[in-house]
Ligand binder design. Structure first.
Ligand SMILES: Nc1ncnc2c1ncn2[C@@H]1O[C@H](COP(=O)(O)OP(=O)(O)OP(=O)(O)O)[C@@H](O)[C@H]1O
Length: 307
């Protein structure tokens, strides 16, 4: 029997932001952010440095009060409310652990700070990972520290797990192991996950929903299959590119020598113009393209795409 209901039902939203904004002094770190992230998904949050990812996540977990708007989690719980704090676990960018405490001490701290706590599960997880409970946190490797932070977060049996750049300090092997642990937890608990990352290549393997922030605004938000299926690359002679580009919303237009590469937002390209080829687009290419084209947007509903 599960004594720790994860607290979300199918069709619930994991995070719902409405007119959310945060201003530091005169500068907006996040502006006019309205989005709905469905529960039961693994959501990647990407964007260039300073785009507002940490700001968004820290408002979603109730650590930072918004300047405008509101954010709710797992149904209708205002971020930072007692219910939300019970159901949301957060792994901060630097996996804030007390380096002088032992792993066992960290488990005790976790137990004392949380109303819901599954210590047996946490100990079993650490044993499986071969992380000694008596070891000082400061004496662990970066990968082990990240796993301890993830274990502490999962011990809450959260309905929503939020991670801010969990992979930043990890080598490729530790990254792989960390993501495997995360995906195992998703499969086991059905926990909703939102994580920010600069490791764009990783997203394709693990995320089924994507949000791109750019300069404090939501630039892309959607289901990964819808996004990749809704874009194509058209390659053909540069001399016809203007004509072809007029047929579709163009996200990126690159011309080199006699050839044009157009990344277009179109799900169904029935008639590829003669002399042109149509290719699918990978999530990595899509993300990098939007990050390079700050004026373009792919949001639910009709939106103008900048040219
Ligand atoms: N406490 C703060 N005081 C003043 N400005 C801040 C503060 N926190 C963030 N900012 C500013 O808000 C903007 C967004 O920062 P944020 O850390 O949310 O971006 P990010 O997308 O997480 O960046 P990175 O990828 O570098 O971690 C930046 O311009 C940053 O300088």
């Amino acid at each position: 029997m599960n004594d720790f209901p994860t607290g979300h039902r199918v069709n619930e939203v994991a995070i719902e932001a409405s007119g959310l904004g945060k201003r530091y002094g005169r500068a907006w770190a996040l502006r006019d952010c309205s989005l709905s992230i469905p529960a039961g998904h693994v959501v990647g949050l990407v964007g260039p440095n300073g785009a507002g990812k940490t700001t968004f996540l820290s408002m979603a977990v109730g650590l930072t009060p918004p300047t405008t708007g509101e954010v709710r989690v797992l149904g209708a719980h205002p971020a930072g409310s007692a219910d939300a704090l019970d159901m949301v676990a957060f792994v901060a960018q630097d996996a804030a652990l007390y380096r002088n405490l032992s792993v066992a001490d960290m488990l005790r701290v976790g137990r004392n700070l949380n109303r819901r706590w599954d210590g047996a599960r946490a100990r079993a997880r650490l044993a499986e990972l071969g992380i000694p409970l008596g070891r000082r946190v400061g004496a662990l490797s970066g990968g082990q520290r990240a796993q301890v932070a993830l274990t502490l977060a999962l011990a809450k049996r959260p309905g929503l797990l939020v991670l801010d750049e969990p992979l930043a300090a990890l080598d490729p092997l530790a990254r792989h192991d960390f993501m495997a642990s995360l995906m195992a937890a998703v499969a086991e608990d059905g926990v909703s996950v939102v994580f920010s990352s600069h490791v764009v290549a990783e997203l394709e393997r693990v995320c089924d929903h994507l949000v791109v922030l750019q300069d404090g605004r939501v630039q892309v938000s959607g289901d990964v299959e819808d996004l990749t299926g809704g874009h194509h690359v058209l390659v053909g002679p540069a001399e016809q590119a203007d004509e072809v580009a007029a047929l579709f919303p163009v996200v990126r237009d690159r011309r080199a020598f006699a050839q044009a590469h157009l990344l277009v937002r179109a799900a169904d390209i029935r008639h590829v113009p003669p002399g042109w080829q149509c290719h699918p687009v990978s999530l990595e290419e899509l993300v990098l393209t939007y990050m390079r084209e700050p004026a373009a947007a792919a949001l639910p509903g009709p939106k103008a795409v900048a040219r």
